[in-house]
Each structure stands twice: as structure tokens, then as C-alpha cells.
Design a protein around this ligand. Structure first.
Ligand SMILES: C[S@@+](CC[C@H](N)C(=O)[O-])C[C@H]1O[C@@H](n2cnc3c(N)ncnc32)[C@H](O)[C@@H]1O
Length: 216
């Protein structure tokens, strides 16, 4: 696999002069703590090139993946999280930092298209009423939970939609096993805990392989 950087992210890390507002937005994204961080360049590229209109991100936490998907201001990005700390103060704290991070992203005039939905994944799926182009599952550390979230949300995915599953390498016998059983075309980004990509669209998987895995 070849390492590919999305141009503006590369520029940020090389500290080249760049558009100040864009620089600030990317530096802000880069400052968010998450094991998902290595996938930001792919997220920016994916939204730019495959143009998903409706993105559902299961697992907002501090917002890295949701904000990265929303960075281009394309379509609508729904970040879902229950912030379910049984401790009331901890829940308030988590929600406070979620809102602060969204408003910071908006301050840089990026990520204006984020919708934060607070609630359990399975409850939100019951009343969901939009077709989904890109579904990201980022909290499934057991085979059963991965399957449950997938089954609840997959019915809304467009035929040529894309499913991303995080942690497929961090939990190979659980999340990884679930991902390996999916029947779609697949590929795994083997860093930052492993991000699996699955889709029925041969064209999408070909473009991803070509860009990030040096395949033709
Ligand atoms: C690993 S974090 C998400 C990380 C985030 N995608 C990122 O880029 O940093 C997983 C999040 O999922 C949330 N979560 C876990 N199970 C959930 C459920 N059943 N319903 C709603 N949120 C849930 C947790 O509160 C946690 O904030």
C-alpha cells in the first residue's frame, strides 16, 4: 500500500504557506484526540471525490470523524452519540465539548453541515427517514454489536452506498470477523486501528484502491 496524503493536509504538516482559514480549520481537526486520526485524509478525499449527500456517523465522541466528513461543507453529516456516561456531570461535560468542537469548526467557516443527534444508535434508527450514502460505524467492539448496528442501519443505505467500520484490526476476532463476513467489495486501511470499507459499487472501490493502494 502506498501512503497518500490529501494535498491540503500534507501542506499543513509541511507548514507551507496556505489559506489561513483553511489552515486553521485543518489544524483544529488535527488537534482533536482520537484513534481515528489517521483516517482524516481518506475522509477528506472521499467526500470530495465520491460526493456522498447523506452521511451518518455512529459515534461522535469529540467529533473528529464527523467534523472531517463535514469539512468540505458538502451534503449533510449526522453525528450520533448518546454521550451515555451514567454520571450526569460526565455526560454534561462530554456534550459541552461536543458542542464546543462543532462551534469551533463552524467558526472556521467549515463543517456548517453537521447535525448532532443525541441518543442510542438503535433508537435513532427506528425513526430515521433518509437514504444514506455513507454509513460509518465507530463503536462496535464485539461481533454482536457490530452486526446489530449494521442491521439497524443498513436498510437505509443506498444500493451503491459505502459502509465504513472502524476498529476492524483492533478487534480482529470481533469487529474484524464481522467485517470479513460482509459480502460487498471490501478494503481495509491497515492503520489507526483499521478502517474497513465495504460497498457494492465496483467503481467506488476501484477509485479508492487506485488512490490509496496504488492499484490500477
Ligand atoms: C470511539 S467513539 C467515536 C469516535 C469518533 N468517531 C472519532 O472520530 O473520534 C464511540 C462513541 O460512541 C458512543 N456510543 C457507543 N455506543 C453507543 C450507542 N449504542 N448509541 C449511541 N452512542 C454510542 C460513545 O458514547 C462514544 O462517544
Amino acid at each position: 500500500m502506498v501512503a497518500v496524503a490529501v494535498p491540503e493536509f500534507k501542506a499543513l504538516h509541511q507548514k507551507r504557506r496556505f489559506n489561513v482559514r483553511k489552515d486553521s480549520a485543518l489544524a483544529f481537526i488535527d488537534s482533536l484526540e482520537s484513534t481515528w486520526k489517521g483516517h482524516v485524509p481518506f475522509a477528506l478525499w472521499l467526500v470530495q471525490n465520491l460526493k456522498p449527500k447523506t452521511i451518518v456517523d455512529l459515534g461522535f465522541d469529540r467529533g473528529l470523524s464527523t467534523i472531517a466528513f463535514a469539512y468540505r461543507n458538502r451534503g449533510h453529516v449526522f453525528g450520533v452519540d448518546w454521550f451515555d456516561d451514567t454520571n450526569y456531570a460526565a455526560k454534561c461535560f462530554a456534550l459541552d465539548s461536543a458542542f464546543r468542537n462543532i462551534s469551533n469548526a463552524i467558526r472556521f467557516r467549515y463543517a456548517k453541515n453537521i447535525h448532532l443527534i443525541v441518543g442510542p444508535f438503535h433508537e435513532i434508527s427506528k425513526t430515521w427517514n433518509r437514504k444514506i450514502d455513507l454509513l460509518h460505524i465507530d463503536w462496535a467492539h464485539t461481533y454482536q454489536s457490530a452486526k446489530q448496528h449494521y442491521d439497524n442501519w443498513f436498510r437505509y443505505l443506498k444500493d451503491d452506498g459505502i459502509v465504513l467500520v472502524h476498529d476492524v484490526l483492533a478487534y480482529p476476532d470481533e469487529t474484524g470477523r464481522f467485517f470479513n463476513e460482509l459480502p460487498q467489495h471490501k478494503i481495509i486501511f491497515p492503520y489507526s486501528h483499521g478502517l474497513g470499507v465495504a460497498t457494492n459499487s465496483e467503481e467506488s472501490i476501484r477509485k479508492i484502491k487506485q488512490k490509496f493502494f496504488g492499484a490500477f
